[in-house]
Ligand binder design. Sequence first.
Ligand code: SAH
Length: 200
Amino acid sequence: MRSTKEDIVRSFQTAYKNTPAWEIGRPQREIIMLETAGEIHGRILDVGCGTGDNTLYLAQQGYEVFGIDVASAAVDKARKKATVRHVKGLFIVHDALSLDTLGIKFDTIVDSGLFHVFSNHARLKFVQSIRSSLRVRGTYLMLCFSEHEPDGWGPRRVTQEEIIDSFSEGFKINYIREAIFETNRPQRNVKAWLASMKRI
Ligand code: SAH
């Protein structure tokens, strides 16, 4: 049986009552490396921002950045972190499957741990949604669990081929690299893909 959008929102709302595996209290190392390498530019969207550590890190680097998440519990936590850290972060409760209705275009979209949440069906919608809110030649940077991470817990694993298939139209794939997704679980560092796509 396919999970409805309400089921998914409910499960994330519940996860945020505690500290979920991905809430590490600091930006993901790969996001810091991307910023340091100069791969992030212009107006930024952190899609599926969770409690905002990546968003707030980018805001602290001086970028104009928006964080959106479908779970209001995550956005509440993110806003509190922004206040405590004295950072101006703009967090909005919004569905990543309809980014066009935000009415804002972005130069860079960062995705830390959202792409691997979607079913095959939702993935198609998500890719269209990303394309609709990226400026032409804008960049989508995505970090997801890879098939090299043993199964048994966490989100679905994504193969390199699936990434290539998903972005075969409307995007040029700059690279797909082996990467690490940090968690607060005993496994800690999960095998991931870091992908960069240019909107054409
Ligand atoms: N980027 C964050 C959170 C990753 S977990 C981090 O690195 O810590 C995935 C996040 O995507 C969760 O916060 C979940 O609520 C959110 N999410 C799931 N489906 C979504 C959707 N359709 N639209 C927006 N956010 C969604």
